[in-house]
Design a protein around this ligand. Structure first.
Ligand SMILES: Cc1cc2nc3c(=O)[nH]c(=O)nc-3n(C[C@H](O)[C@H](O)[C@H](O)COP(=O)(O)O)c2cc1C
Length: 185
């Protein structure tokens, strides 16, 4: 049987230099790459997507590039910092450009990163609602990284437990997006 090569797009909701959220996302994507699939991190920091309006949806090349990346992907992994009990504004703005046609029946992996002891659970819950509204298939395993300034240092997730959960998420993304691709074929 031919092995499927999947395309997985990552989106990080932090614009910070050395963002811990982006580091966690990259680690998850690297597990997927190591399994022979292709990944692409769409970097909101360098792409400068304007505030959403119907007019900007028509004219913004960077927004179009993001939409196209997601449309052609088998799965999407969204990582966000926890900001005041939710996900980041820059991410909300990017997601407002999406419609069901890019997202529906795609596997959606979620990662939340917070400095506090509860990590990114509230951000993940809020994001799950958004992605379900877009008819994405939000995966059952979601990864919340707590105490981010301790757990993520020197450009790496230092905690084995969190690292293991990022690997499990990568495995789920591959498993479910492969099944969904087969079903659509
Ligand atoms: C505006 C703002 C709000 C925040 N709110 C929370 C919060 O509610 N809970 C929490 O655990 N951490 C909170 N944090 C901390 C960030 O989630 C944490 O520093 C995270 O690692 C930032 O991710 P980054 O390194 O990818 O930018 C907040 C940080 C900022 C700047």
């Amino acid at each position: 049987m031919e092995t499927l090569s999947l395309k997985v797009v990552g989106l990080s909701g932090s614009l910070n230099e050395n963002s811990r959220t982006t580091i966690a996302l990259q680690q998850c994507l690297s597990f997927i790459e190591a399994s022979g699939h292709s990944t692409h991190l769409f970097d909101l920091k360098t792409k400068n997507i304007p505030f959403f309006s119907e007019a900007n949806r028509q004219v913004s090349l960077t927004a179009q590039a993001m939409i196209d990346e997601i449309r052609t992907a088998d799965a999407l992994i969204i990582a966000t910092p926890e900001y005041h009990g939710s996900y980041s504004g820059v991410l909300k703005n990017a997601l407002d450009y999406l419609t069901k046609s890019e997202v529906e029946t795609k596997a959606i992996g979620l990662i939340g990163v917070g400095a506090g002891q509860y990590g990114g659970y509230s951000a993940i819950d809020a994001l799950a609602n958004v992605m379900k509204t877009l008819h994405g298939i939000v995966l059952p395993l979601q990864v919340s990284l707590s105490n981010s300034h301790v757990v993520i240092q020197n450009n790496q997730v230092q905690c084995e437990k969190h690292s293991y959960r990022l690997k499990l998420l990568a495995e789920q993304v591959i498993h479910y997006s492969g099944k969904l691709r087969n079903r659509a074929a």
